[in-house]
Design a protein around this ligand. Structure first.
Ligand SMILES: [Zn+2]
Length: 303
């Protein structure tokens, strides 16, 4: 039977059916318009799931933005990208509506599990995963499972403090957090101060390919900031593998730049045997992660 998998972000909802033959079929990306609030989002979600009903599914997996209680399938906290989403009992609502088991997981954790079972970390039991976008998401995978910590919140690497003095204010209420300097958004913020035309990652890499003056120092400064957080994590965890996700990291030159700075900042004894590689599932990582979670729950005798 098909497994319906969905990935809810602030701007887009991705969805697909994982078929018994092991394929993601009927992949779709629709606007989530999260700013319109949780009720509007739930109504869009209902229509979306309904549109897959004719093909049949016996399980729903939802990867979502926000902090998730994945035992209860409930949103513990979500920021203003989806107003009113905090507290939503997502699994309960969807189970009632569709009469199938529902798994809910945080999007960063889901993406890490996708990479663990289908992507760059396939066959690796323990690794770290970081995603560079608007902020920086992180996940710690131990023995093929997400390490969650006391409240299920472990892995918020974006809020490592990398600038103790005069740090930029962060969405978490603190200052000097890693993601204010090393996220893809931080790179673009720096870039437009040098040249207003460099207003997204693609335009910036195009400027680099065209050897525009001023672009390399921006990339180098940012890569150093990215490396600063990564080397700290390497010294904390002594990992064998770190997977780096986010559109900007799929650029080979940028990835190599980060790798070079990171290894420069890492004690040689920690660098030995360490592998750092880009994520390989792109924007479908979260969907694959929900496939893995559903499969693991079934095989462990869960719902
Ligand atoms: Zn912060």
């Amino acid at each position: 039977m098909n497994h319906l998998v969905i990935d809810i972000g602030g701007t887009a909802i991705k969805s697909a059916l994982y078929t018994p033959s092991g394929m993601l079929a009927d992949f779709r990306e629709t606007a989530s318009d999260g700013r319109e609030g949780a009720q509007a989002l739930l109504s869009r979600l209902h229509d979306l799931i309904g549109s897959y009903a004719a093909q049949g599914f016996d399980r729903i997996g939802v990867s979502t933005a926000g902090q998730v209680d994945c035992v209860a399938g409930r949103i513990i906290f979500a920021n203003d990208n989806i107003p009113g989403y905090t507290g939503t009992p997502l699994a309960e609502i969807l189970t009632q509506d569709w009469q199938v088991p529902v798994d809910v997981e945080n999007d960063v954790n889901a993406a890490a599990l996708g990479e663990a079972y289908f992507g760059s970390a396939r066959g690796i039991a323990d690794f770290l995963c970081l995603t560079y976008g608007t902020g920086i998401g992180g996940a710690i995978v131990i023995d093929g499972q997400i390490y969650r910590g006391l409240h299920g919140l472990a892995g918020e690497f974006g809020h490592l403090v990398t600038h103790a003095q005069d740090g930029l204010p962060c969405t978490c209420g603190q200052t000097g957090c890693y993601e204010q300097y090393a996220s893809a958004a931080a790179l673009v913020r720096q870039a437009v101060r040098i040249n207003p035309a460099w207003s997204n990652g693609r335009l910036l890499t195009e400027a680099r390919d065209a050897a525009k003056p001023g672009v390399i120092p921006v990339l180098e400064y940012w890569a150093e900031e990215v490396a600063c957080g990564l080397s700290s994590l390497i010294h904390c965890f002594n990992p064998s593998l770190i997977v780096l996700g986010g559109g900007i990291l799929s650029d080979e030159n940028i990835f190599q730049r980060i790798l070079r700075h990171t290894l420069n900042r890492t004690m040689p004894s920690f660098a030995r045997g360490l592998v750092i590689r880009p994520a390989s599932l792109g924007n479908q990582a979260g969907l694959y992660g929900m496939v893995a979670i559903g499969r693991n729950t079934r095989s462990s005798g869960g719902a």
